[in-house]
Design a protein around this ligand. Structure first.
Ligand code: FMN
Length: 180
C-alpha cells in the first residue's frame, strides 16, 4: 500500500502526530510524509491511502492545507482511502469559556478536511479525529501520540499491539526516507 501523509505545522505538534501515524503504518506499506506547502500533485499518483492533518487555527485548517486540498482535481481521489486529523487546544486546559463556546459553534480543522477529501472522491475510513495540545505551542497532551497511532490502525482494521510504535520508531526513520 502506498501511503501519503500531508500535514502542516507551526510549532511542531501536528508534525509529531503525523510522524506517529507514519510510524504506526510502517508495516502497511511505503509511507511518505510531506508538509503541505511542499507537496506536489504528482505525489498523489498511485497513492492508496491519503492522510491529511492540520493545526486548528481560527476554527479551521491552515491556508496551506486548504490550498493543497483545493488543488486536487474533482474526482482526483476516486479509489483512494482517506483520513483527516487535526490538533486543537484541549477545552479542559483552556480557562476561556468564550473559546470553548466558539469552538463548539465553529468546530475544528479535521471535519472540513474530511469533507473536502470526500468531495474529491476519497473514501473516508473513519470519522475525522482531533488530538489535543495543552497550550497554543504545545506540548501535546499525555498519550496523544499513542492515541494517534491507535486511531489510524483502528481505521485500517489493523490490530495494534502495545509498544508497536516504539518498536518501529528507529527502524522507520532509518529505512523509510521521508522526502519532505
Ligand atoms: C493563531 C492561532 C489560532 C488558533 N485557533 C485555534 C482554534 O480555533 N481552535 C483550537 O482548538 N485551537 C486553536 N489554536 C491552537 C492550535 O490548534 C495549536 O497551536 C496547534 O494545535 C499547534 O499545532 P502545531 O504545533 O502543529 O502548529 C490556535 C493557535 C493559534 C496560534
Amino acid at each position: 500500500m502506498k501511503i501519503l501523509i500531508v500535514y502542516d505545522s507551526y510549532f511542531g505538534n501536528t508534525k509529531q502526530v503525523a510522524e506517529a501515524i507514519g510510524e504506526a503504518l510502517y508495516l502497511q506499506g511505503s509511507v511518505e510524509l510531506c508538509r503541505a506547502p511542499d507537496v506536489a500533485l504528482e505525489q498523489l499518483i498511485g497513492v492508496n491511502l491519503l492522510i491529511v492533518g492540520s493545526p486548528t487555527r481560527a476554527f479551521r485548517a491552515t491556508k496551506a492545507i486548504d490550498r493543497f486540498l483545493d488543488s486536487i482535481p474533482t474526482g482526483g481521489l476516486q479509489g483512494v482511502k482517506v483520513l483527516a486529523f487535526d490538533t486543537r487546544i484541549s477545552a479542559v486546559e483552556t480557562s476561556s469559556r468564550l473559546l470553548n463556546v466558539l469552538a463548539a459553534l465553529f468546530g475544528c480543522a479535521a471535519g472540513p478536511i474530511g469533507e473536502k477529501l470526500k468531495q474529491k472522491g476519497g473514501e473516508l475510513l473513519a470519522p475525522p479525529e482531533g488530538f489535543f495540545v495543552t497550550d497554543s505551542e504545545g506540548p501535546l497532551k499525555g498519550d496523544e501520540l499513542q492515541r494517534a497511532a491507535e486511531w489510524v490502525l483502528r481505521a485500517l482494521d489493523v490490530p495494534s499491539h502495545p509498544g508497536t510504535m516504539q518498536h518501529h520508531r528507529n527502524e522507520t526513520i532509518r529505512q523509510t526516507p521521508f522526502p519532505c
